[in-house]
Design a protein around this ligand. Sequence first.
Ligand code: PEP
Ligand code: MG
Length: 306
Amino acid sequence: MRTGYDACDRVPLLANIAGPGEVAAAVAAGAEGVGLFRTEFLFLGGGDRPPSEEEQAAAYREVLAAFPEGRVVVRVLDAGADKPLPFLTPGDEPNPALGVRGLRALLAHPGVLDTQLGARARAAEGLPVSLAVMAPMVADRADARAFADACRAAGLHVPSGVMVEIPAAALRARALLREAAFLSLGTNDLAQYAFAADRQVGAVARYQDPWQPALLDLVALAAEAAGAEGKGCGVCGEAAADPLLACVLTGLGVTSLSMGAAAIPAVRAALARHTLARCERAAAAARATDDAEQARTAAHGILSDP
Ligand code: PEP
Ligand code: MG
């Protein structure tokens, strides 16, 4: 039963989608909007040229139309590393995850970025939806500024945010927020880069555990910076889909949680059982430990109290 002061009241639950085909499930699960619209589907398998502005606008509009009252955060293309795209990303890098990927690839191909942003401006025309855009793989303030400049140049006057996926971005989140309207924590990549452990290599999978206290520390840094600036800081990595961890993330100060639609009901139920103060206690207890298992156990101890 909702208490009127539970943690759900603090954080909207949003859906991660990878194309218009996933909208129906998100709506059915009660998503309040889309926290991460991955747009790679438009580019992968499409041959050797990027889709036109019209093709992209049609796909974006389909998603925007499904959430007339909610916010839809559309990410610009995240090519490279685990999402290679031959016409955008170099094929001969020794470490593609550390190379020209994400925003770096788009800044090297400004025409592709401009078309993506122009398509968004066109898609939102005449719709009441609250559109936002964000960039993946932002490392520093110069990256954040380059993205904000590109949005302005494309005539896109909607909030433009940055993903925090690189530890440097979490450490200097306040500087990024001089350029960006909001932060969105990509905990999958943030774990990969914090632990120097390739997310695609099973032998180092234990470092991908989002309960790692070091990862929680980075989340806390970003959330604190956003709170100090009066701006939003969401989580859109897999971490948000774990009901217990969702309570801890809320306690760390994140302001929205975005996840695969299937996870939304369980996360909503978990948050509804706790006050924000209890989530904060669980977050502090998890951060006071030295490994992922201890962190999970500490949080569970606090969140399972009647
Ligand atoms: C992430 O890195 O956590 C994220 C949400 O982006 P992707 O998984 O698409 O790299
Ligand atoms: Mg990522």
